[in-house]
Design a protein around this ligand. Sequence first.
Ligand SMILES: C[S@@+](CC[C@H](N)C(=O)[O-])C[C@H]1O[C@@H](n2cnc3c(N)ncnc32)[C@H](O)[C@@H]1O
Length: 348
Amino acid sequence: MRSYTVHTPVLQKEVIETLAVQPGGRYIDCTAGTGGHASAILKHSSPGGQLLGIDADPAAVELACKRLAGYGSSVLIVNDNFVNLESICTEYEFSPVHGILLDLGLSSLQLSNSGRGFSFQYAAPLDMRFSPNQKITAADIVNKYSEAELVRIIRDYGEETGSHRIAKYIINERPISTTVELAKVVEQAVGFKRGRIHPATRTFQALRIAVNNELSNLESTLSQAVNLLGFEGRLVVISYHSLEDRIVKRFMQQEAKDCICPPEAPACNCQHTATIKLVNKKVITPSLEEISRNPRSRSAKMRVAERIVTHPESGGIAERIYNPGRENNDIWHKPSLMKEILRTSLVL
Ligand SMILES: C[S@@+](CC[C@H](N)C(=O)[O-])C[C@H]1O[C@@H](n2cnc3c(N)ncnc32)[C@H](O)[C@@H]1O
């Protein structure tokens, strides 16, 4: 059996609490990874709970399927991009739901897999795709994009002040084929100050964001997620850098307002109404104890919102919790369908 680095789920207790996981509830984990949060959600939603897990990475899906196989027909793992969230839920008739989780970024599995190109600690081809079905790799960007495009990516997605110098050095050193070569080029461009993070860290983040279209996918998925929640359903998002967190914060603040007209507008003409309320005004971060146990959690920021309007198909979601004595539980539970899907995804 292949060995892999186990991913420790971040803020796991807080995820279960803020998602308000309850027996019989229905949940979506948009970033199932190797199934850490997913298995905790399934445990706390038992008996009768259901979980739809999504991950773009087929290697993660394979591991999640194995890890969660014991939950049988209660779980369904789909290998897809979460930007297709609404169409996935339509296909599997999986809405409205009680809670949706996005735990963004990379898993330890991806970071430690030397062949994926996410980390410059291992010499590997510049790939960085979550899914092999994606067309553009980091090598394409590094070796084919214009200097101006490289500056924009490194500056906007890496928040790197040395973007012009780095882009110039990259252009001069092309072709660059491995992670280690690229890290050296960045180091030559901007220097390495002792005690600071490695200078290539921000450029690697920028390339990964560009390769996977991460920011625009996140923006699109947040509004899809709110539409799939039932009344009082919860949306929980964990982000790992300021660009992601800014998008989540702005989205939640805007969706929690009744009017989004510019402050200088003489009267409201936006016809916007709030669809969610903020559950935690302040961002939730890991405790010092969690950070010392799992240093990868140190940059995590969690935001939580609750839907305050009814879902067109559900009315009050609290009435729709699985109840063994009720006749219409089939609306929620399609064991034959779930079993079939689990079987399909296990052979991916
Ligand atoms: C931090 S890990 C999630 C770990 C998971 N919560 C656990 O406990 O095992 C993030 C996961 O999200 C996946 N991912 C990132 N962006 C995605 C996207 N747009 N669509 C689907 N999966 C995505 C990555 O492949 C990765 O497996």
